[in-house]
Design a protein around this ligand. Structure first.
Ligand code: SAM
Length: 232
């Protein structure tokens, strides 16, 4: 059975996609996408030997070798331009996901949709999308096993469209998530805020220097963005 996290990622795969799941590990997501009729073909990419082997095994056990190809390699190196129509990258940090996209940019030709699930640092991805002509079209936030995850869905378009209200806080918190402000969103950012307030207090006890003042200003700004978003 698929985790709630991957199930929610899968929900955004358009029907009849040719899916490339990068950093696939056990290949649960491409197997599920094929079995549920979302993808017609899939590629599972993995850079590490162990996860690559387990992806192979899973695809074989599920009897899907004829529709899922497991390929070993770094990021988007495993695909060709115009090969896949939908790319999923899930379960990694946002900066690693952005690096993978940046390094493999030329492979994104023909890709209609990106579904990205960072464990942390989603703002790195939002910035990358803006700089590369991808428009965020939806976002999700969910909690599973006491961890909170975000999912970002993007298509080619006008990358600034979602950020017309307040770009900084949109990039930081997620324009769709901020608008929806559901319980999980509030929980995530109240926890972050409490954490920053603790650091702020520690910094205050340290006295003053240019470095400390800079850090303090940054924390104050983040706290303000969160307060505006969850407490208005
Ligand atoms: N995508 C699966 C999920 O969400 O459950 C697996 C997540 S797992 C925590 C991250 C996987 O990404 C690991 O198997 C790791 O080997 C792989 N990975 C990390 N960097 C990668 C890269 N540059 N290219 C391909 N795979 C990578």
């Amino acid at each position: 059975k698929l985790s709630k996290r991957l199930e929610r990622v899968a929900k955004h795969i358009p029907k009849n996609s040719v899916l490339a799941d990068i950093g696939s590990d056990h290949a649960y997501l491409p197997c599920y996408a094929i079995l549920s009729g979302l993808a017609s073909r899939a590629i599972a990419g993995e850079v590490a030997e162990g996860p690559y082997q387990s992806a192979h095994q899973q695809v074989q056990q599920t009897g899907l070798e004829h529709v899922i190809e497991v390929r070993k390699g770094d990021g988007l190196d495993v695909i060709s331009p115009n090969e896949s129509t939908c790319i999923t990258i899930a379960g990694m940090g946002g900066s690693l996901i952005s690096n993978i996209l940046e390094r493999g940019k030329e492979k994104l030709h023909g890709v209609k949709r990106l579904i990205l699930q960072p464990n942390v640092g989603a703002s790195n991805i939002r910035t990358w999308l803006i700089e590369n002509g991808w428009e965020l079209i939806n976002e999700e936030i969910l909690e599973e096993d006491e961890k909170i995850y975000e999912i970002l869905i993007a298509e080619k378009g006008n990358p600034l469209r979602p950020y017309q209200k307040n770009r900084d806080s949109g990039i930081f918190l997620g324009p769709f998530l901020k608008e929806e402000r559901n319980g999980t969103f509030r929980k995530k950012w109240s926890l972050e805020k409490a954490h920053w307030q603790k650091i702020l207090k520690q910094l205050e006890e340290k006295g003053q220097s240019q470095d400390i003042d800079g850090k303090r200003a940054e924390l104050v700004k983040k706290i303000q963005m969160v307060e505006e978003a969850i407490e208005e």
